[in-house]
Ligand binder design. Structure first.
Ligand code: PHE
Length: 329
């Protein structure tokens, strides 16, 4: 193989460098040729020098061309290796954010945990005992109608509220209990203010004897509302739930019109924000508790989130609208 084709054949920069030393280095044919020029007579020296020079030039040029080629290859490989996929998102520029529902849920849970409520969970698919019966809603009780239920084929239901977690908790431990349960619930409902899936936070406090009173319930809820919304008037309005007696709905001065009356508060000046009451004796009976007292409350997370963040249409928070979601960065 000629020297030039050896150069052409070099596959790596190291190979080329070896060749350069071999062909042009101190021990190369050319270097030795130059060194022995002095042994030649003037005439032959000139022609020999010219031949050596042109060989040297040709080799040098071939090596430098090859080097350029190999350098470029190496660079291409490096670029391929370190290639940045520009179609990937630049996460430095676009920070995600919590969904308003999660944001509200976190704050609600944070408050009650700080007040020493323990977090409990329960299944999304419940039997009728936990979702209804133990909560003082026997079969054919009209109250079941209030909660348009999704029934499964095997007679189980998608839980219509987080209240069954009260039952799971009371069946698995003794008082005192101070718990919250946060999670998804399901009802056959869909309009401006209802989605078939939404979230609730349930609260339950039980103690032996008459340790838990309605005053305790009022205190914790008023304090929670001022933590979550700020300073608004709060009122407890008599209401009905099968699993609490007495029961109340809690209203808060309208945050849109500050109580003057507007479309959002249906011109009453008040917004309904949660349900609560003293645990009904029939519920205690269902879980085998005797001589205890307790309160329970349930709040809708979407309801609180849409009020706090002044979102007009509840459905829009599940439409993935960036215009809305980006405001929570
Ligand atoms: N479970 C009730 C509902 O979903 C809310 C509630 C919970 C009311 C606990 C009173 C006590 O509407």
């Amino acid at each position: 193989m000629s020297d030039l084709s050896k150069i052409q054949e070099a596959a790596t920069l190291e190979e080329l460098e070896k060749l350069r030393v071999e062909l042009l280095g101190r021990k190369s044919r050319i270097a030795i040729g130059f060194a022995s020029l002095k042994e030649l007579d003037a005439e032959r020296r000139q022609s020999a020098a010219a031949a050596l020079n042109s060989d040297k030039e040709a080799l040098t040029r071939a090596i430098s061309l090859k080097k350029k080629e190999l350098d470029e290859n190496e660079q291409k490989k490096a670029i391929d290796r370190e290639r940045i996929d520009v179609s990937l998102l630049d996460f430095d520029g676009i920070n995600g954010s919590l969904h308003p529902v999660n944001l509200a849920m976190e704050q609600i849970v944070e408050y009650f945990v700080s007040m020493n409520f323990e977090i409990k969970t329960g299944p999304l698919i419940e039997d009728e005992f936990h979702n209804f019966e133990a909560l003082n809603m026997p079969a054919h009780h009209p109250a079941r109608e209030m909660q348009d239920t999704f029934y499964m084929n095997d007679g189980k239901v998608l839980r219509t509220h987080t209240s069954p977690v009260q039952i799971h908790t009371m069946l698995s431990q003794k008082p005192p209990i101070q718990m919250i349960a946060a999670g998804a619930v399901f009802r056959r409902d869909f309009d401006m203010t209802h989605t078939p899936m939404f979230h609730q936070v349930e609260g339950l406090a039980v103690s032996e004897g008459s340790g838990v009173s309605f005053a305790n319930l009022k205190h914790i809820l008023i304090d929670f509302l001022s933590f979550f919304f700020g300073d608004y008037p709060v009122r407890f309005r008599p209401s009905f739930f099968p699993f609490t007696e007495p029961s109340a709905e809690v209203d808060m001065g309208c945050i849109f019109c500050r109580g003057k009356g507007c479309r959002m508060c249906k011109h009453t000046g008040w917004l309904e924000v949660l349900g609560c009451g003293m645990v009904d004796p029939n519920v205690f009976k269902a879980v085998g508790y005797k001589n205890v007292s307790g309160y329970a409350f349930g709040l809708g997370v979407e309801r609180l989130a849409t009020l706090k963040y002044k979102i007009g249409d509840l459905r829009s928070i599940y439409d993935g609208e960036l215009d809305l979601l980006e405001q929570f960065r």
